[in-house]
Design a protein around this ligand. Structure first.
Ligand SMILES: Cc1cc2nc3c(=O)[nH]c(=O)nc-3n(C[C@H](O)[C@H](O)[C@H](O)COP(=O)(O)OP(=O)(O)OC[C@H]3O[C@@H](n4cnc5c(N)ncnc54)[C@H](O)[C@@H]3O)c2cc1C
Length: 482
């Protein structure tokens, strides 16, 4: 059996898969090992009878006009991807206020200017500023600034600031803590380029990348958890699976949580193994997956838009601390309909609700899972009560569930917290101090923060570029525009 590869990638999250697609397309002999029986990590889904649910990712920012479009085009696979377009992709409800986010910045600006008439000029200036062509200029101007400082500079209306703040749920940190650069990267790459999701659910995206990777000759092993990354003279040499199988390579890319990579997988301690314990992961998520029989799908069709519902304008309540034990209720919920297609579902409807929550402890979630499932369902019914006729599926995922299925520290939804301090110190870049070891995914930082699928796809592309260059191959694609 040939057990030597040009490159081994540990983990089939989107970062690992994108990286694998680039490297296999370049003709390298690549192995991906994934601990779960299917690919995707946070971007996957599951079925219960006729109901399908996305476990994590629901929107794909940047599929049109963004970095994901460029990446999928470079991989020659954009045209084959089955996407669906939702316009507007999101409606935010906050006390007496209702506002929509559109799939492009122009319509979003129009909507925001209509709702916040007094701030119309400021909104135009703000949008122009954060969408400035020259990102490098922007970078040098605000690299030491929080997003709140920027919001305070442009706006007076606290409700408008609260709307921008809640959109940071897509990054997991409030405006007074998040680096302005990370927030702006989120708006440029994601919020202003929303509107697309996968036609058959988010699992489809991961499966699609697996298919392309295999078509290029890549090999993927499922249900194959890596136990150790073995080194020789501080250079990577091989991986050892939990079941004892061993595969050799001088280039190993970890798509696994960075704490796990440096503290558990790597066979010796580095400076990073020590530094990592002082860094903070982003918040996790509590999710409810509900399969419903609705009364009459036709009459409620216009209600089925993705909803971000906030019961409070107070950002401290939206973005709690990971060790916060006095967490009591959800201050916002995001409701999505992952698989709304009348011809397929009849009067059956899958609904998923998420909220950011602290990890707290295994005991806390084991004791309180049911309580919070019921609290979340109560909120759903408050807004969408008319939908529900009969509940067929009722399941939840806590931070402990996300930790179990992805191995992300504390079930983190977005890798490292993108606070000003952590962004400044280039927390854990794609290149590491161990020869031949690279990171990809939302724990591989770029100085801008991670921002979901577009961010991890960029990190997968970066890791591929570094490995190809190391192996003396040409990187034909140039830089990616922010
Ligand atoms: C509930 C939720 C909703 C989200 N919604 C969105 C959204 O709508 N849009 C968006 O852009 N982003 C969203 N995000 C964020 C986004 O999903 C993640 O940032 C991104 O998918 C992370 O990708 P990754 O490549 O870092 O890998 P991960 O998804 O973290 O995957 C890592 C993979 O490594 C595997 N692995 C771990 N340890 C081992 C081991 N020892 N051996 C082998 N394999 C191993 C895991 O099983 C997993 O498959 C959401 C996240 C969550 C949790």
């Amino acid at each position: 059996m040939n057990n030597k590869y040009d490159v081994i990638i540990i983990g089939a999250g989107i970062g690992g898969l994108v990286c694998g697609c680039y490297l296999s397309k370049a003709g390298l002999n690549v192995l991906i090992t994934e601990k779960n029986p299917r690919a995707g990590g946070c971007c996957s889904g599951f079925k219960r009878g006729e109901f399908y649910f996305d476990t994590g990712v629901h929107y794909f920012g940047g599929i049109k006009g963004g970095s994901l479009e460029k990446i999928l085009s470079e991989l020659d696979i954009l045209e084959n991807l089955k996407v669906k377009f939702i316009e507007p992709p999101l409606r935010i409800i906050m006390s007496d206020l209702s506002i929509r986010v559109y799939s492009n910045q122009f319509d979003t600006l129009k909507e925001f200017s209509n709702v916040f008439k007094q701030e119309k000029n400021n909104l135009k200036l703000f949008f122009d500023y954060i969408l400035k062509e020259n990102f490098v200029e922007l970078y040098s101007e605000i690299k030491h600034c929080t997003f709140k400082k920027l919001l305070d500079k442009y706006f007076l209306d606290e409700r408008l600031k609260a709307i921008f703040n809640i959109l940071l749920a897509n990054i997991g940190l409030s405006s007074d803590q998040v680096s302005a650069l990370s927030a702006i990267a989120l708006f440029r790459q994601y919020i202003f380029k929303l509107g697309y999701s996968m036609k058959d659910g988010s699992q489809e995206f991961a499966d699609f990348l697996v298919k392309e990777f295999k078509r290029n000759g890549g090999k993927i092993l499922f249900s194959s958890e890596v136990a150790k990354i073995l080194t020789k003279d501080k250079s990577v040499d091989s991986i050892l699976l939990k079941d004892g199988r061993k595969y050799l390579s001088n280039n190993i890319i970890s798509n696994v949580d960075a704490t796990s990579t440096f503290s558990n997988l790597l066979d010796y301690k580095t400076d990073m193994s020590i530094k990592i314990s002082t860094l903070k992961p982003s918040l996790s998520v509590f999710s409810l997956f509900v399969g419903l029989i609705t009364k009459d799908l036709n009459t409620i069709k216009n209600k089925l838009e993705n909803l971000l519902i906030c019961s409070s304008m107070d950002s401290k309540k939206h973005f709690l601390k990971n060790n916060q034990s006095d967490f009591d209720d959800f201050s916002f919920i995001l409701i999505t309909f992952p698989f709304f297609s009348e011809e397929k579902t009849g009067n059956k409807l899958s609904l998923t609700a998420h909220s950011l929550v602290p990890y707290i402890s295994k005991e806390f979630w084991s004791l309180n899972r049911e309580k919070y499932s019921n609290k979340m369902f109560k909120l759903i019914k408050k807004y969408l009560g008319g939908l529900v006729n009969e509940v067929v599926v009722f399941e939840s995922a806590t931070p402990v569930t996300y930790e179990k299925y992805t191995s992300n520290r504390d079930g983190a939804a977005y890798g490292w917290e993108t606070s000003l301090d952590q962004i400044k110190s280039h927390t854990s870049p794609v290149t590491t101090e161990v020869k031949g070891l690279y990171l990809t995914g939302h724990w591989a930082t770029s100085g801008l923060g991670q921002c979901g699928v577009p961010g991890v796809a960029i990190s997968g592309r970066k890791a591929a570029e570094l490995v190809l260059t190391k192996l003396g191959k040409i990187w034909p694609y140039g830089l990616i525009k922010m």
